[in-house]
Design a binder for this molecule. Structure first.
Ligand code: ITT
Length: 191
């Protein structure tokens, strides 16, 4: 089954490719001739996921899906949330985002956080959404060099290491994106 994944994030692409496995051929934006950044102007993850999927569907008419993900920190009333990519600067600067997050939580005892991924699927012109969540906490310093984004700071519940200290398979097995993609696979298989 061929399906376009509406992302410019190479890390997401390899994670999703690993979870989808056999039977699905992921087509990249570049392969369908979309090289520009897709606008993300929504106020929520749901809106942004939908906006990205519609952008691709309207230009290609192909079945496609998009992932929008946010890190929601309890002490910060859900921030950075939908602003996760541009938390510190306008430019997807992972290191600056992590520094800012550590700074905002300095001296705070409540470090509860969760990652939430919303996937919007458009298939045969019909849109459906699924979600994946992983609960955890923000460490007091960065650890590990795997993964991307906030992974060096996020310790999932039931574990003592960050996502960045896990293998790709270990992260995928319990992560927000791994869970959302498992739901996506159910949708794709059911129809
Ligand atoms: P696309 O919109 O092209 O898919 P993006 O990087 O802009 O890529 P998002 O808006 O969904 O994607 O992601 C927001 C940010 O959240 C992202 O830039 C990372 O900083 C962070 N993020 C997303 N998924 C993550 C993960 O699995 N682990 C750590 N940080 C993640």
């Amino acid at each position: 089954m061929k399906i376009v994944f509406a992302t410019n994030n190479a890390h997401k692409l390899s994670e999703v490719r690993a979870v989808l496995g056999e039977g699905f051929e992921l087509v990249t934006l570049r392969e369908v001739g979309i090289t520009e950044d897709i606008p993300e102007t929504g106020a929520t993850l749901d809106e942004n996921a939908s906006q990205k999927a519609h952008y691709v569907y309207e230009r290609t008419g192909l079945d496609c899906f998009a992932d929008d993900t946010g890190l929601e920190v309890e002490e910060l009333n859900g921030a950075p949330g939908v602003r996760s990519a541009r938390y510190a600067t306008e430019g997807h600067d992972f290191a600056a985002n992590n520094r800012k997050l550590l700074h905002e939580l300095e001296g705070k005892t409540n470090r509860r956080a969760r990652f939430r991924t919303v996937i919007s699927l458009i298939r045969g012109g019909v849109e459906q959404q699924v979600e994946g969540i992983v609960e955890g906490r923000i460490a007091t310093e960065e650890a590990g060099c795997g993964g991307f984004g906030y992974d060096p700071l996020f310790v999932p519940d039931g574990h003592t290491v960050t996502f960045a200290e896990m293998s790709a398979d270990e992260k995928n097995a319990i992560s927000h994106r791994g869970r959302a993609v498992a739901e996506l696979v159910k949708l794709l298989r059911d129809s």
